[in-house]
Design a protein. Structure first.
Length: 272
């Protein structure tokens, strides 16, 4: 019989400021411990936005939550840090529209959580346990989910048929999370022109890395396969929108935020 895992929140409140990853605008965030079974939720003005799939606003290259006229953008790296820090309940008060992005990884938030400390609560953590396989995707971009007794991911990334590199990474919930937390956001060289045209990535252009047609990085990588690692980080953050941690084995092949969120919808709608 598996041991019961209790919910956790922060031990104390804290306030941080930083620049949004895409907007480049300054934002202020205050984190408060939250009662057990309340989940992770954002407060923007008087509006409360739960970290839940039904509040997702379709946006490219990041995950945005919106309720009424208020929104909070680029929540995936924050939520991945919550997963890695074993945080279940948290109130996040945001002054702005996008969370601070740090260096484009989750280590920024992980360090903040660690400094605030953690409080174990009395209620057990609930899990969403997959009981059937799910396949989504098309045109060489796929995401698979299979039943498993723990959380595991295998991810494959390449530049498409006209480019000459590939990389893959595997991660399980029993692995050390510190390396994955440091995986930075990135772009392919052939995407840069469109990114600049649309004004994305303003807050991280000096920190993110670019992969060219041979898979070579514009800056030294923190570990081999960092790009695939960041894709797993994004997946973990997006899966937190299910409202529970998930036990299942995921295989991503060139997948991204769109397929991640579609997977969450399918898993949660099946439970309803």
């Amino acid at each position: 019989m598996s041991s019961v895992v209790l919910q956790r929140t922060l031990a104390s409140s804290c306030t941080v400021e930083g620049m949004g990853l895409h907007s480049g605008k300054s934002a202020k965030v205050t984190l408060f411990p939250a009662p057990e079974n309340s989940g992770i939720f954002f407060r923007v003005g008087e509006t409360i936005i739960p970290a839940a799939i039904q509040y997702v606003e379709a946006t490219p290259r990041c995950t945005t939550l919106k309720k009424e006229e208020k929104q909070v953008s680029t929540v995936e790296h924050f939520l991945a840090a919550c997963w890695g820090s074993e945080i279940d309940n948290l109130e996040v008060v945001l002054e702005g529209e996008e969370l601070p992005g740090g260096d484009g990884s989750s280590i920024f938030w992980f360090n903040i959580f660690r400094e605030a400390g953690f409080q174990v609560q009395s209620s057990p953590r609930e899990y969403l346990v997959l009981d059937e396989s799910i396949k989504i995707g098309e045109n060489y971009h796929y995401l698979f989910a299979f039943p498993d007794d723990e959380f595991r991911v295998w991810y494959f990334l390449d530049g498409g048929e006209n480019y000459h590199f590939s990389q893959a990474m595997e991660f399980s919930g029993s692995d050390g999370f510190s390396k994955l937390l440091s995986a930075r956001t990135f772009a392919f060289s052939w995407e840069v022109k469109e990114i600049l045209r649309r004004g994305w990535g303003k807050g991280v252009r000096e920190k993110a890395f670019i992969l060219d047609e041979k898979g070579e990085s514009s800056v030294p990588l923190r570990f081999p396969g960092e790009a695939a690692g960041h894709k797993i980080l994004d997946l973990i953050g997006d899966l937190m929108l299910a409202g529970k941690r998930i036990k299942g084995y995921f295989i991503g092949i060139r997948s991204g935020h769109t397929l991640n969120r579609e997977m969450v919808r399918m898993m949660t709608e099946d439970r309803k």
